[in-house]
Design a protein. Sequence first.
Length: 126
Amino acid sequence: MTETWQQIAHLADRLEEHSTLPREQRILLQLLKIQEEAGEVAEAVIGAMGQNPRKGHSHTWEDVEAEVCDVIVTGMVALSRMNPEAATVFARHMEGVVARDLNKTGKAEKAKEAKEAEKAKEATDW
C-alpha cells in the first residue's frame, strides 16, 4: 500500500470512528460528499472566470486545482470506506482504463497509418 493510500485509510478510519450511522448510510453519505466537492469545483471555475455577477473574480485557477484535489481525495476515501482493498481495486481499474485507452489509441494510429499508406500507394499507382 502506498503512502497516499495509507493516508486515505487513516482519513476513512477517522470518519468511520466519528459516525454512529449504519454502514450503508455512511457509504451513501460519503458518495454524496463527492458530488458536494464537485459542486465546489464548479463554483471555483465560475469564480476564476469571473462569471458570477455578485462575486466577480472570486477564485483563482489554483483554487480550482485545490477543489479538484478535494474531489479526488473524497473519491479515494469513499472507495476506501466501501472496500478495505481500495488500493488494489483502484490499481486494477486503472490498468483496465489504460489498456482500453492505449488499445483504442493504438487502433486509431494503425488505421491512420494504413490510410496514409493507401493514399501514398494511390499517388504512385497512376
